[in-house]
Design a protein around this ligand. Structure first.
Ligand code: NAD
Length: 473
């Protein structure tokens, strides 16, 4: 940050300044939340149908500006521009899904029968504070903004300082959203503000703990979408085609491995390790091109910061120290960009840092296992439980194994975004968070059931009920 500006550099060419946004002073938080709350009250007159038209308009504008926004996103994050096109298009697709489903999911219900009159509305919380990470900054913001706005809330969005530019453009397309920029101090002031109805956070565990503690102190409900250390388990009958191997490689190395649900630990039957590694290496040579994110053919760019690159060097040094052998999968450009050579690491013990920590980078451990129970115990031996995958020629067998994995979302014969579905709720178990995004569950996160009930017993002429009775229906 320079003075009151937050300047973003290009991770592929750090000397290049991509853009800047103004830092929001902490003493402006109160005025910002109050303004968002006034908007919330004013927008009570806006019908859900009208709100959904606004979301649909934003989806159209995302489509119209896709190329320009994708280029900006690639330059501020280091993600390949082709992936950035995909992310912007996916955000528009998700907004249209919200438009198609919000009325059905959020419409109030009314029962008026022999038991009484019972209405249940899906009421907004008021002001939602949304704190988002850098690695998929558009879709991860839109997963919060779409449902929150559909339900009638307003939002104060605090994006990551590592990717503040594109998301600020996107948020400006949506009525009812204010964007603030800054770090932890700003977040604490937002989360503890008494007029905030709910907090929603996507990011790492450390920030998550701090946000949950502050929200807890204010008794403000909070959604936490945190990190993962996803295992991918290959059952002994796994039968991957060349295409499957390519998809598997990108399941770990897309966004240079900096994806919450990347395949981060690969468990392979010991007897099939050599065959697996050879096919994997061949697929990586076909599919992994590390380079300038602005080149269409590039599939892996740099990591996001110098600190992230340094952490990868440290993890690699530790892995070597722990007896791991490193299999480099592709060359990376030299120069001052934050490029890291993608690699598999073989022969590590389970307590090596690269195995038991979320690496969030392009280094992936391959671990041999003896029996299915051995694989299951080691896959589950993590405080995190976000995603996982099971690979088998037999779908029933894969589902039976998957049911024993501790994860919010287990993919079968794929992993990462190719296994997602708009109709499937996504979120973590264990210390990977609470709350869900996507699907009906994601829409319901930003609406609270509020009930009005007149029991028939107390209507004029009704049978009445003893003052000490419990209900029976
Ligand atoms: P991060 O936790 O460093 O930052 C996320 C947001 O929190 C940013 O806006 C940041 O400014 C803010 N922040 C950082 N430290 C804070 C603190 N101490 N107090 C308050 N706010 C703070 O995460 P990141 O590097 O942007 O993203 C990477 C992490 O996010 C990984 O762990 C990844 O797995 C996780 N992630 C999870 C999901 C999911 O859906 N579960 C999706 C994407 C990323």
């Amino acid at each position: 940050m320079i003075g009151a500006q937050l300047v973003r550099e290009n991770p592929a060419r750090p000397a290049e300044r991509v853009g800047a946004v103004p830092v929001t002073p902490v003493d402006q938080v109160d005025a910002t939340v109050r303004a968002a709350h006034r908007d919330f009250l004013d927008r009570a007159a806006v019908t859900m149908a009208r709100r959904l038209v606004e979301l649909a308009d934003a989806a159209d504008r995302l489509d119209l500006r896709r190329a320009e926004l994708a280029a900006l996103l690639a330059r501020e994050t280091g993600k390949p521009v082709t992936d950035c096109h995909g992310e912007i298009a996916f955000a528009a697709t998700y907004l249209r899904w919200v438009c198609a489903n919000a009325q059905r999911v959020l419409t109030p219900t009314l029962l008026d029968d022999e038991l009484g009159r019972l209405s249940c509305a899906q009421a907004p919380y008021g002001v939602i504070v949304a704190i988002t990470p850098w690695n998929a900054p558009i879709i991860l913001a839109v997963l919060k903004l779409g449902p929150a706005l559909a339900a009638g809330n307003t939002v104060v969005l605090k994006p990551s300082p590592l990717a503040p530019l594109t998301v600020t453009e996107v948020a400006a397309m949506l009525p009812g959203v204010r964007v603030v920029h800054g770090g932890a101090e700003l977040v604490t002031a937002l989360v503890s503000h008494p007029l905030v109805g709910k907090v929603t956070f996507t990011g790492g565990g450390q920030a998550g703990r701090s946000i949950a503690a502050t929200a807890g102190g204010a008794l403000t409900p909070v959604v936490l979408e945190l990190g993962g250390n996803d295992p991918a388990v290959f059952l002994d009958d796994f039968a991957l085609t060349a295409d499957d191997y390519e998809r598997l490689v990108l399941a770990s190395f897309a966004t240079a491995g900096q994806v919450c649900m990347a395949a981060k630990r690969l468990y392979v039957p010991a007897g099939r390790l050599d065959e697996f590694v050879e096919s994997y290496r061949a697929a990586a040579q076909r599919i992994l091109l590390v380079g300038d994110p602005m080149i269409d053919e590039v599939t892996m760019g740099p990591v996001v910061t110098r600190a992230a690159a340094t952490r990868m060097s440290e993890l690699l040094a530790d892995a070597r120290h722990r007896g791991g052998s490193v299999l480099r999968l592709a060359d990376a450009p030299t120069g001052d960009g934050y490029f890291v050579e993608p690699a598999l690491v073989l022969g590590l013990p389970d307590d090596a840092n690269l195995v038991c920590q979320e690496q969030f980078g392009p280094l992936v451990p391959v671990l041999g296992y003896s029996t299915e129970d051995d694989a299951l115990a080691r896959a589950n031996d993590s405080e995190l439980g976000l995603g996982a995958s099971v690979w088998s020629a037999d779908e029933d067998r894969a589902f039976a194994f998957a049911a024993r994995i501790e994860a919010g979302f287990t993919f079968v014969n794929t992993h990462n975004r190719t296994g997602m579905s708009l109709r499937a709720p996504f979120g973590g178990t264990k210390r990977s968070g609470s709350g869900r995004e996507y699907a009906e569950e994601g829409l319901r996160e930003y609406a609270q059931p509020t009930v009005i009930h007149a029991p028939a017993a107390f209507r004029a002429g009704g049978p009445g009920l003893s003052a000490r009775a419990y209900p029976t229906n």
